[in-house]
Design a protein around this ligand. Structure first.
Ligand code: UDP
Length: 141
């Protein structure tokens, strides 16, 4: 399987719970490397831009409000099949439906406050990585 990069966001609920390290450990234990990362407070415009694909959905305003409710930890994960691997580690969007042992099953409260974001395909990964990290700030190794 090819080496890929994917964008991961540890959302405000998980940052507030002080579990950044526990979540990053799951990625590292699964063979993914953090090649770029920063803790940041998103502006409303940044959050709206990031989730533009969901702009017409009924939950859009609540999603943006949530994403700017506190700092988030944005990171680029790299490794074999990183996009699918990250999605598997995350679990289903609704933590009640997420498999036991996944990040969302263990750390998320609800479909709105669901601990993590992960790119869902190669095209979205490229766009989402570029949205937060200019190429110069990515440290492959
Ligand atoms: N979301 C929500 N209510 C819904 C569906 C989605 O609040 O009914 C939020 C949720 O935080 C989710 C995000 O919108 O993570 C993006 O939705 P998507 O379907 O892309 O899920 P994901 O890829 O994050 O699992």
């Amino acid at each position: 399987m090819a080496i890929e990069r994917t964008l991961s966001i540890i959302k405000p609920d998980a940052v507030a719970k002080n579990v950044i390290g526990q979540i990053v450990s799951r990625f590292e234990n699964a063979g993914l490397k953090v090649v770029a990362a920063r803790l940041t407070q998103l502006s409303r415009a940044e959050a709206e831009g990031f989730y533009a694909v969901h702009a017409a959905r009924p939950f859009f305003k609540d999603l943006v409000d949530f994403m700017i409710s506190g700092p988030v930890f944005v990171q680029v994960l790299e490794g074999e099949g990183a996009i699918l691997k990250n999605r598997d580690l995350m679990g289903a969007t609704d933590p009640k439906k997420a498999e036991k042992g996944t990040i969302r099953a263990d750390f998320a409260e609800s479909i709105d406050a669901n601990a993590v974001h992960g790119s869902d395909a190669a095209e979205t990964a490229a766009v989402e990585i570029a949205y937060f990290f200019p190429a110069l700030n990515v440290y492959s190794r």
